[in-house]
Design a protein around this ligand. Structure first.
Ligand code: DGP
Length: 113
């Protein structure tokens, strides 16, 4: 089933894009929970973390490398940041296209609520 993120990938709806290559898109979250809140998504449609395959391991690794680059560019690398993947209902996932939340610009408590 196609999601709102697929429409963003296909440029059918607008997003504030901060990074794009052939495999990955990164854009600002429409409902930020911190001064920096970027969503990093694969262009490949993968609904949840339960659906990733061994053949996706390079793609998942690339998402982390891109998070690292964006964090450096936005100057949150030294103070630090948090990356989060939510999975299904108990994980708080609302959009069923895997996405990494890159959160920064403030400190976060642990454990999360
Ligand atoms: P999650 O709860 O982990 O599934 O996070 C989904 C995030 O996606 C949520 O923080 C809000 C964001 N989001 C939902 N729809 C849109 C949209 O149309 N544009 C943008 N930029 N972000 C969206």
């Amino acid at each position: 089933m196609s999601t709102i993120f697929k429409k963003i990938i296909d440029k059918k709806i607008d997003a504030d894009i901060v990074y794009e290559n052939d495999n990955i898109l990164a854009f600002k979250d429409v409902n930020p929970i911190s001064p920096i809140h970027i969503l990093i998504i694969p262009k490949k449609e993968i609904p949840t973390l339960n659906d990733i395959a061994v053949s996706d391991k390079e793609l998942l690794g690339e998402m982390f490398i891109i998070a690292q680059k964006i964090a450096k560019k936005l100057n949150i690398n030294k103070n630090g940041y948090r990356v989060v993947f939510n999975c299904n209902k108990d994980g708080g996932q609302t959009v069923h296209h895997i996405h990494m939340h890159l959160l920064g610009g403030r400190s976060f408590s642990w454990p999360p609520g």
